[in-house]
Design a protein around this ligand. Structure first.
Ligand SMILES: Cc1cc2nc3c(=O)[nH]c(=O)nc-3n(C[C@H](O)[C@H](O)[C@H](O)COP(=O)(O)OP(=O)(O)OC[C@H]3O[C@@H](n4cnc5c(N)ncnc54)[C@H](O)[C@@H]3O)c2cc1C
Length: 420
């Protein structure tokens, strides 16, 4: 029977961040991933030369943990323009951050998305969330995002036309019931960095981390069925022995392995990809549905951000619908797209639809405590994953690194112990 000092269950960004830190400290581990490859919720499929992320998502370059762990240059990050185009009553209006995009300040002020006072409030919000240390965000009172926005005096107009589609797309929660701490954290990350896509797709982040690890330290198609204090049993029946286990699965899978009740349902999303001969929007910018009518929450043209997302001469369109959509969603979306971009949409080729029931854990207050949640979940067990921190790439990576540091500290204690 094989025996390992540490077994990590789950090869998403949390498990990989843990593995990377352990490797740096010279601690051997075996990472077991149930699916065919690492990356978890941040994977990319290649379909007919198009790169399809499994659900539209972006790397915010300001994430401290991602800066530490990833080589941005090697990932060839391509950045979105700051701000968004808002579809409202038959037109697209530009809503840009005047600090980042001063040439669009006038268009932003004139856009019928909130009042002039709202736009001043956005500047004040920006200054407020960027002040002090990042940890300070988690010390402030926690409420629902919608309550924070109303408490700050934002009008219904800017909430409905900008914040609801924008933050709804980030949290996958149009009601904006997500923690205000998550909102302030995300707003700070958007304000101090860029939203970006790696040239190789979002899955390239996991590939980059995995490639720096010993080849035999990762096993894919190795689903764990159960575990006890010292044994990890795979679904194949194979049993591995270990001194410590790190459970780096998404919240429902982790709860199942631990024998805990499965947590509240997460946030679901549907992402629909189309191929076109020409991009409907010729810039790397997020488009938001400011009317609040129809299935589309947001869309973008990833190939306008990073040309590698589509074969030469083609464009990739990514449409996000909140929740897990039923059959026929492609037709409903196409009908709304026709309204936005005209009959040309009829010629677009549907590439694939991703329905993701558990895309993000729901983080309604109380969700994010000022102090990082303890990583231990048993005598020789540790847990990491985005549900234990901000539900994001940053949160996943940060919990993984923290668990590794606890294991490194434990090993330091045992190697310096006078008893040994
Ligand atoms: C559509 C979508 C949009 C998103 N948008 C953004 C965004 O724009 N920015 C952002 O920062 N974040 C975004 N996120 C969130 C981000 O992708 C996640 O927070 C992060 O990838 C979670 O990593 P994780 O390692 O915690 O979990 P996961 O990625 O879920 O990894 C868990 C891994 O454990 C494996 N596993 C489960 N059970 C077992 C088992 N029994 N045995 C072995 N392996 C097992 C799974 O197969 C999986 O690979 C988005 C997520 C989705 C889905």
């Amino acid at each position: 029977m094989s025996k390992y000092p540490v077994i990590i269950i789950g090869g998403g960004l949390a498990g990989l961040a843990c593995a990377s830190r352990l490797h740096q400290a010279g601690i051997d581990f075996q990472l077991l991933e149930a699916s065919s490859d690492v990356g978890g919720r941040a994977r990319t499929d290649e379909v007919d030369g198009f790169l399809l992320d499994r659900g539209f998502q972006v790397l915010l370059t300001a994430y401290p943990e991602a800066k530490r762990l990833l080589d941005y240059e090697a990932l060839k990050l391509a950045r979105f323009s700051p701000g968004a185009l808002i579809r409202r009553q038959g037109r697209f209006y530009r809503f840009a951050d005047p600090w980042r995009s001063p040439r669009h300040a006038v268009a932003t002020v004139l856009a019928p998305v909130g009042s002039f006072s709202d736009k001043l409030r956005v500047s004040r919000l920006r200054a407020g969330v960027c002040r002090g240390k990042l940890e300070d965000v988690f010390q402030r009172p926690e409420t629902r995002t919608i309550d924070t926005l109303r408490g700050r005096g934002f009008s219904d107009s800017i909430i409905e036309r900008f914040f609801r589609p924008f933050l709804g797309g980030v949290f996958l929660d149009r009601k904006l019931e997500t923690s205000s701490r998550m909102f302030e954290f995300v707003f700070r990350m958007f304000a101090t960095g860029a939203a970006a896509l790696p040239a190789g797709g979002m899955g390239a982040m996991a590939q980059q981390i995995a490639e720096a690890l010993p080849a035999d330290s990762i096993r894919t198609a190795a689903a764990v069925d159960s575990l006890d204090e010292t044994n990890v049993r795979l679904k194949s029946g194979e049993v591995l022995q270990t001194e410590q286990v790190v459970i780096a699965c998404e919240a429902p899978a982790a709860a199942k392995l631990l024998g805990n009740p499965v947590p509240t349902p997460g946030r679901g999303v549907t992402c629909i990809y189309f191929a076109a001969d020409n991009p409907p929007i010729k810039e790397p910018i997020l488009v938001l549905n400011g009317d609040g009518v129809g299935p589309i929450n947001n869309l973008c043209v990833p190939s306008e951000v990073a040309s590698s997302y589509a074969p030469p001469g083609k464009a990739l369109i990514s449409v996000t619908v909140l929740g897990v959509a039923g059959d026929g969603i492609e037709d409903e979306v196409r009908s709304q797209l026709r309204d936005w971009f005209g009959a040309v949409v009829n010629a677009w080729r549907h590439l694939r639809t991703y329905r993701i029931p558990f895309a993000l854990p729901a983080q309604t207050p109380p969700a994010l405590s000022p102090v990082a949640k303890p990583a231990r979940c048993g005598e020789r067990r540790f847990c990491c994953g985005d549900y234990l921190d901000t539900a994001s790439i940053q949160g996943a990576m940060s919990t993984g690194r923290r668990v590794a540091e606890e294991l490194i500290a434990l090993q330091g204690q045992s190697t310096t112990s006078p008893d040994r």
